[in-house]
Structures are given as C-alpha cells and as structure tokens.
Design a protein around this ligand. Structure first.
Ligand code: 13P
Length: 245
C-alpha cells in the first residue's frame, strides 16, 4: 500500500521563531509510515526547507501563479517555489477560491504550472454548508474535480484534498460515511482521467485533530490528511502522523 500523505497547511501563520516547531516535527517523524509535508507562508519556505529536508519532510507553497514570471505584483510562481526549496504546492484552497475569487479554471492552470515546475500539486475541493444541506455535496465536489484537475495531469504526480468548507477551522467534521461517500465519488472522477491519476491520493482536510485522526486516516479511500490548526504545534501534528500507523 502507498504511504499516506500528511501535510500541514500553516496558512498565514509562522515567523522565523516558529521554525523550531518544524524542526521538532522533522525530529519526531523518524520511523513514520506516512509521507510528511509542511506548507508555510512563502516567506519561510527556504528556511524551512533547509531545516527539515534532510529528515525527509517535503516543504510546499500554499498557492502559485499560473505564469512562470512577469508583471504580477505580489504573486509567486511555481518555479519560484521550487527554487526556494519546495516540492509541493496547495492549489484551489477554499480560502483562495472564496477570498480571491479563484475559479476551477484558475485552479487547473495553477495545477498545470505546478507540474511544469516539478512540484506535486495538492488540488483542493469541497462544498459549503449550504451546498451540503441542499444535497449537492457530491455534485459540487465532482464538478470541482472535473474542472480543477486538468486531463494533462493524467501521468503527473498530484493529490486531491477534500476539504468541506464548513469543517475548516470549526471543529466540525463530516461523519466517516460522508467522508467515504465523497472520496469514492472523487475516485470515480479520477478514474475517468485515467493514467496515474486513477491512484492519486485523496486527502481529507477540515478539523483533523489528534483525537479524530486515526478513524479518518483509516477510512476507505482516505490517502492522507491536509491539516490546518493542528499542524502548527509539533506535539499535535506528530500525534496525527502517529495515528496513520
Ligand atoms: P483546520 O485543520 O484548521 O480545520 O484547516 C483545514 C485546512 O484548511 C487545511 O488546508
């Protein structure tokens, strides 16, 4: 079986003083069954990569621009992330879809850019509470997969992260049956792409904590986790990593 992928998304948190947490994570993963990644703010990528790469922790960005370079003030390209020491990048996080108006087409272009630069994109999808309550979760999520995962990624390494918007930072999580139902639908959508995509890991994200990680990580079609708040403290993140074993 492929090792699960467990990635911490530090969002807009973390200063140089917090690199010690990343070092503690790197020191604590010896013998872990999972593949581990940390996605700090762009300002910390190169220093974090220096601190944790030797221990086998992958470092990633939280977003990238679709172009290689140019007049895009404030943006960072996938090539720049790679140059700074990243090997992963999160694209299409709901906080970017909602807060920065990113569409499926934007996300697909970013995913392609990531692969062009040699990064492994983690392509995020997920329904809002209104959409779930209206019985539209599967339709929304599979539509996002079809729109955000380009067919050209069929033979690239990438992951999909199912992050229900209402579960992010709320302490709420879907039931295991709901997680498994959505992951199965994502798997079916990936099968249509073909190639290596049929086996791409499908991560779950949204209020993953030390006390719920074990059951979530062992649910059907859950190939890992994308962890926000609980990845900021080594003690919590290491418990989540241990739960994968
Ligand atoms: P929380 O784990 O804080 O709910 O965040 C999830 C998330 O958005 C990871 O990308």
């Amino acid at each position: 079986m492929t090792a699960p992928l467990i990635v911490g998304n530090w969002k807009m948190n973390g200063l140089a003083a917090d690199l010690g947490e990343a070092q503690a994570i790197a020191a604590g993963i010896i013998g872990a069954r999972a593949r581990i990644g940390l996605c700090p703010a762009a300002t910390l990528i190169s220093r974090m990569a220096e601190a944790v790469s030797a221990a086998g922790v992958a470092v990633g960005g939280q977003d990238c621009h679709a172009e290689v370079k140019g007049a895009f003030t404030g943006d960072v390209s996938a090539e720049m992330l790679q140059d700074a020491g990243a090997s992963l990048v999160i694209v299409g996080h709901s906080e970017r879809r909602a807060g920065h108006g990113e569409t499926d087409a934007d996300v697909a272009a970013k995913a392609l850019a990531a692969v062009r630069a040699g990064l492994e994109p983690i392509i995020c999808v997920g329904e809002t509470l209104d959409q779930r309550q209206a019985g539209q979760a599967l339709e929304i999520v599979t539509g996002q997969v079809r729109g955000s995962v380009p067919l050209a990624l069929a033979d690239a390494g990438f992951a999909v992260a199912y992050e229900p918007v209402w579960a992010i930072g709320t302490g709420l999580t879907p039931s295991l049956a709901e997680i498994e139902e959505v992951h199965a639908a994502i798997r079916a959508a990936l099968r249509q792409i073909g190639g290596r995509a049929v086996a791409a890991p499908i991560l779950y994200g949204g209020s993953v904590k030390p006390d719920n990680a074990r059951e979530i990580l062992h649910a059907a079609e859950v190939g890992g986790a994308l962890v926000g708040g609980a990845s900021l403290k080594a003690v919590d993140f290491l418990k989540i990593i241990a739960a994968a074993g």
